[in-house]
Design a protein around this ligand. Sequence first.
Ligand code: XUL
Ligand code: MN
Length: 343
Amino acid sequence: MSNYVFSFGPWNIHEGADPFGPTVRDSIEFDRKLEQYKKLGFDGVQFHDDDAVPKMNDMSKEQIIAEASAVKKKLDQHGLKAEFVAPRLWEDPRTIDGGYTSNDPNCRKYAVERSLRCIDIAKALGTDLIVFWLAREGTYIRESKDSVVAVRRIADAINAMFDYDGKIRIAIEAKPNEPMDHTFIPTIGHAIGLGMLTKDASRVGCVIESAHAILAGLDPSDEMGYALAHKKLWTVHLNDQNGLKFDQDKTFGAVDLRRAFNQVRILEKHGYADDGHMVGLDVKAMRTQKADDAMRHLSNSRAIFLRLLEKARSFDTKLEADLIAQRNYEALEMYVINHLLGD
Ligand code: XUL
Ligand code: MN
């Protein structure tokens, strides 16, 4: 029934630590996590570079490629595919003030070199897609960085990556805040615009995370529509978010079912899956969840997506067109609600 292929990252099975308290569940080894993917209904694995090669900062390029190739074998054994690799540029002491936009040239150099190693890992894992979540590319105080210089520096880093490899594509995951007060690439319009500053805009696309759009005060399905109109929606991070607070990564559709329906609908209407894109989730189990059922948020998110897909496919588009022609949006709204409620 569904042509949709789902993915998540190993960080989506996690120990429940938050900024105010320690872990509440035991760690699960990467290999054990891989065993869960198919059982949960997933075929794609999202990676940070160090999810694949944890000690990469202490290794040579050749060692990194050898270790990533061993991970690729494990993916093959499980019948899984790497969807993308994202350079983790927010934990190292050299990225305290940002990676590509750091005010320290040595730190910027580190960020670019790490990104080239991330490309090596992506190639060894069999994907040409790099995701940029630009975690610390922003400011806590406006005066600390020149935003013109900063944006050009991010474009320069992308150019260095394009020079290094002729095939990789970069999908930018916009987010307006957290950990920073303000980021330089807060929305998908910014992400697509940044591509135009690089030497090859055709290789720069985006990832839309539902929660990040909501944190920017935007409707995620409209962000998706904007990216789809530009043919730039190369993957998604579906989840949910209860208003303007910390990035919650809640189960997809768990807060606002109608908002989730509209995301599924725009993807379905515009052939997102037919273009070969995976449906990525970026969801966290609640900290209160006991360990024995702490993967349910993943299968639940997928199940909610598929139920909303049925709703998108059974939506009466003739009625919709009639009500739009009559400009009877009150009736259209009630039809949407009745449809979602099962009438
Ligand atoms: C952060 C976030 C990350 C990225 C991957 O808010 O969503 O998990 O998706 O680096
Ligand atoms: Mn994400």
